[in-house]
Design a protein around this ligand. Structure first.
Ligand code: PGA
Length: 243
């Protein structure tokens, strides 16, 4: 999408204590004061939202949560609501990450409810989709992703509050990536299913070496970065690949 800046989002997953999370956030904030062509977002663990939010203040780097509960509040031990994320300074929430779909058993219906919750709280929802290796090898990648989109995105979507992240499960944390042709094909399929202008990120083993090639694809509006977001220099190198 030529008319929108690309977005490079760091998903720290379950990594970081107060001291190294603060150092990493400060490192990103410092680099983000240099000119750059993309939007930046960091999604730290819940325990670091306040600390990272303070470190990012004034840097232009946005803050996001890695998940949210469908309800606004209540007896849901261990869960965090979208309203709580908003209160902690978040503007975005990742929902439906494959690590939650596969290790926490989240269904498309769950992801849909979480997306609705994010919107209710005024957050941009980053809805993650992606096929497993078995599904890709069976030639079902496009069908699986299309079904996830249909099931996970509620009515009322618009480009201002929806971002889709295409993250093939087999590419996450493995060092493997699909071919650029495969990424372009899936992104193009997703684009027919979401409102005009919706940013579609690619995620899965994005690193400073492959970022320029992946982010140069017309169909790729940015990246959701896991492992490489844990080093400020690597995250920044990926951001600079948007130039
Ligand atoms: P990775 O993770 O960059 O470590 O592959 C991406 C993600 O899970 O969002």
């Amino acid at each position: 999408m030529a008319d929108q800046k690309r977005l490079v989002a760091g998903n720290w997953k379950m990594n970081g204590n107060l001291s190294d999370g603060l150092a990493l956030a400060r490192g990103v904030a410092e680099r983000a004061r240099e000119p750059h062509a993309c939007d930046l977002l960091i999604c730290p663990p819940f325990t670091l939202l306040a600390t990272v939010g303070e470190a990012l203040a004034g840097s232009g780097v946005a803050l996001g949560g890695q998940d949210c509960h469908p309800a606004a509040s209540g007896a849901f031990t261990g869960c965090i609501s979208a309203e709580m994320l908003k209160d902690a300074g978040c503007t975005h929430a990742i929902v439906g990450h494959s690590e939650r779909r596969h290790t926490c058993g989240e269904t498309d219906a769950d992801v849909r409810a979480k997306t609705e919750a994010a919107w209710r709280a005024g957050l941009v929802a980053i809805v993650c989709v992606g096929e497993t290796r078995v599904e890709r090898e069976a030639g079902r990648a496009r069908a699986v992703v299309s079904a996830q989109i249909a099931g996970s995105i509620p009515d009322g979507a618009n480009a201002g509050r929806l971002i889709v992240a295409y993250e093939p499960v087999w590419a996450i944390g493995t060092g493997l990536t699909p071919t650029t042709a495969d990424i372009a094909e899936i992104h193009a399929a997703i684009r027919t299913l979401v409102p005009n202008g919706t940013r579609i990120l690619y995620g899965g083993s994005v690193n400073p070496k492959n970022a320029a090639e992946l982010l140069a694809l017309d169909e790729v509006d940015g990246s959701l970065v896991g492992g490489a977001s844990l080093k400020a220099d690597d995250f920044w190198a990926i951001a600079q690949a948007c130039d």
